[in-house]
Write a protein that binds this ligand. Structure first.
Ligand SMILES: Cc1ncc(COP(=O)(O)O)c(C=O)c1O
Length: 403
């Protein structure tokens, strides 16, 4: 360090001490953070495989380094496999699932556009917020929390409302554990001339997400659920009809960061141009997680989720507990188990963490205190974790009932 640098640092330190002695004191005793080793069986994140963590620990290189660009192209191909799409525009947005969600809405919704939101849980509610904030005119089709999107209600609403430009829905509602019929929703929307935005944050990698076969126009997902990468990346894909709507916009996209016209030159083309500094090491992690998905195979991954879910449900019911959702709509990766009357749901979750290092999810919104959300996502979806969870519930629920 140069003498002059030292001088500056001393000067800054003195200023901090003089003006805000608390700031200096507050760092005493703080050393490296060493998280406990938990088993993550909540609504996400799921356990991250050591291979993914090891990939993320590799040397950081420049975000325009030719080797990095080569890896970016592989990530796009791997995502096309995961999403079962040939869409050219398929890439991970730098940001969590919420940023992928906003990327879809800010690009596809112009002020005044009528957007029909299917809301059957918390995340449909967030889609509605996005529509309002982009200046769209929302039409809401509500279904009960715990039920799938009603196709009849959707059809009736579209028959009544002229000029709906976009229909949005959540394929796998993490707040309730419900799967909606994505193919049927897309078919109804298209028959009425509307584009489809689908939330696949919790579905991707755990149950089929067949973007091309189902005709989903814009899709966003998340890295931290059934893909078992760390949180903070959001795969998205846009079909040609959606891109035409983006091209035909008469008003600029409300977000600079999420404007597809600005971010795509970084993700595609021969000469990549700087848009933002990509989260380089997390992208190594996503690449590895997707390589692992190809090694297992999508169908095998779906089967593993279905099998462990069946074992969990059998065990839960053997303990005298009930599932919130009807069998045909249940998500294997997110199991909403009803909290029995007289049982303190938070006490059970706290004890599970203390005694078993096991994270279980709480109920959200209308289901707060009423369900546990048990995730079987990606790396966390194993027979050993099913047994651990059943052991914990088998011990803790009777104790909670007796308190
Ligand atoms: C269905 C669904 N959509 C969107 C999100 C938002 O994702 P993130 O928390 O990564 O922003 C989540 C997160 O749990 C989700 O489950």
């Amino acid at each position: 360090m140069h003498q002059s640098d030292t001088g500056i640092i001393q000067c800054v330190t003195r200023t901090l001490r003089e003006e805000d002695p608390g700031t200096m004191h507050a760092t005493e005793g703080i050393t490296s953070f060493k998280p406990p080793r938990r088993v993550l069986m909540g609504p996400g994140p799921s356990d991250v495989h050591p291979r993914v963590l090891a990939a993320m620990a590799r040397p950081t290189i420049g975000h325009l380094d030719p080797e990095f660009v080569r890896m970016m192209d592989e990530v796009k191909d791997l995502l096309r496999y995961a999403l079962q799409t040939g869409n050219r525009v398929t890439f991970p947005v730098s940001g969590p699932g919420s940023v992928g969600m906003e990327t879809c809405f800010v690009n596809l919704v112009e002020p005044g556009d009528k957007v029909l939101v299917c809301r059957n849980g918390a995340f449909g509610g967030r889609q509605l917020e996005n529509v309002k904030r982009t200046g769209g005119t929302p039409v809401v089709v509500d279904d009960d929390w715990g039920a799938p999107v009603s196709l009849d209600k959707l059809e009736a609403a579209l028959a009544e409302e002229a000029d709906v430009r976009v229909v949005s829905f959540v394929h796998a509602e993490t707040s309730t554990g419900v799967r909606s019929d994505a193919a049927a929703i897309a078919a109804i929307a298209h028959a009425h001339g509307a584009l489809v935005i689908a939330d696949t944050v919790t579905s991707l990698g755990g149950i089929p997400v067949l973007v091309d076969e189902w005709g989903l126009d814009a899709v966003y997902s998340g890295s931290q659920k059934c893909l078992s990468c760390t949180p903070g990346l959001s795969p998205v894909t846009f079909g040609e009809t959606a891109l035409e709507k983006v091209k035909a916009r008469t008003s600029p996209c409300q977000s600079w960061f999420m404007d597809l016209n600005l971010v795509l030159p970084y993700w595609e083309g021969g000469a990549r141009t700087y848009h933002h500094t990509a989260p380089i090491n997390p992208l190594y992690g996503l690449h590895e997680a997707l390589v692992m998905l190809t090694e297992e195979g999508l169908e095998a991954a779906w089967r593993r989720h279905a099998e462990n879910h069946a074992a969990l449900v059998e065990g839960v019911e053997a303990l005298g507990l009930t599932m919130l959702v009807e069998p045909e709509y249940r998500l294997p990766q997110l199991n909403a188990v009803c909290v029995p009357a007289g049982v303190d749901d938070a006490w059970v979750r706290t004890e599970a963490l203390k005694r078993y290092e096991l994270e279980l999810g709480n109920g959200l919104g209308a289901l707060a205190g009423k369900v546990w959300r048990i995730g079987l996502m990606g790396t966390s979806c194993t027979p050993a974790n099913v047994s651990l969870c059943l052991d914990a519930l088998g011990t803790l629920v009777p104790e909670a009932a007796a308190r």
